[in-house]
Design a protein. Structure first.
Length: 115
């Protein structure tokens, strides 16, 4: 996958626009889905975790998230291996600032976030 500043195309269906974040196992990208004509979030398993055990963990993450239905949890739409060999989880894209940014801003202003 390219760096944050360049766009990319996956499987002739998803046009990558920007990197939203990176965690322990994957990178999350904001992409445009040509088939559904909307923005979605796509989590890509990092290349250093291409061993079977990590792929299975990534898949289980998608399965577990798929069954969590709540207004505050993004929906998982799809899991697949791309033509480039990488594994992906497709999720709803939610516009706005990320939670870490929000919490940092509140902390700087001595504001507590209600549970």
């Amino acid at each position: 996958m390219p760096d944050n500043s360049s766009s990319f195309l996956i499987n002739d269906q998803y046009y990558g626009l920007s990197k939203l974040g990176e965690g322990g196992f994957g990178t999350v990208w904001k992409v445009y889905d040509f088939s559904l004509k909307n923005f979605v979030a796509m989590k890509e398993l990092l290349p250093q975790y291409s061993e079977t055990k990590f792929i299975e963990m990534f898949y289980k993450e998608a399965l577990i998230a798929k069954h969590l239905i709540h207004d505050n949890i993004v929906r998982v739409q799809h899991f697949w291996q791309g033509s480039n060999g990488s594994f992906y989880i497709l999720m709803d894209y939610v516009s706005g600032c990320d939670l870490q940014h929000f919490l940092s801003a509140c902390k700087k202003k001595n504001l507590t976030v209600p549970i």
